[in-house]
Write a protein that binds this ligand. Structure first.
Ligand code: FES
Ligand code: FES
Length: 161
């Protein structure tokens, strides 16, 4: 059975018809709402590349059924940036670029959302806390060192002294 899905995505009310309740929120975002930032790698909740906020909680969008998003608020990696221009980046996005933490980039959107979530909760995390927060996000390219650098850099730039 299909449904009309109504939810808020990146601050805008969105309505999509013909959504099967059991299809993933990730599919809805990418294929029905033209928001390809959240990546589809494992579709099993194991890689974190599809991480989005759902009512302010970071979740794997591949594990959320579309029906579960009804009436709720979703923020994707696209929604973190303050504007649409190439220079309009969230500090975490900027830090990933500046620290050289992006190689193929497939893991990056999920890592950015996970790091953003960490810094909201804990503005000055130590390395163990960063590692724990990002443990669900897999990267095949970087060896993680530059990702750690990026999160430290974002923390330095954003933490209120
Ligand atoms: S695609 Fe969702 S966790 Fe891998
Ligand atoms: S940069 Fe390629 S998987 Fe992380």
């Amino acid at each position: 059975m299909t449904m009309r899905l109504t939810c808020t995505v990146n601050g805008q009310r969105r309505e999509v018809d013909g959504v099967w309740e059991g299809e993933s929120l990730l599919f809805v975002l990418r294929e029905r709402m033209s928001l390809p930032g959240s990546k589809n790698a494992c579709e099993q909740g194991e890689c974190g590349s599809c991480t989005v906020y759902l009512d302010g909680v970071a979740v794997c969008a591949c594990l959320v059924a579309a029906g579960q998003a009804q009436g709720r608020e979703v923020v994707t990696v696209e929604g973190l940036a303050p504007g649409d221009g190439p220079e309009d980046l969230d500090p975490v996005q900027r830090a990933f670029l500046d620290a050289g933490a992006v190689q193929c980039g497939f893991c990056t959107p999920g890592l950015v959302v996970a790091a953003h979530d960490l810094l909201r909760r804990s503005p000055r995390p130590g390395d163990p806390e960063i590692r724990e927060a990002l443990a669900g996000n897999l990267c095949r390219c970087t060896g993680y060192q530059k990702i750690l650098d990026a999160v430290r850099l974002a923390a330095e730039r954003t933490a209120v002294s």
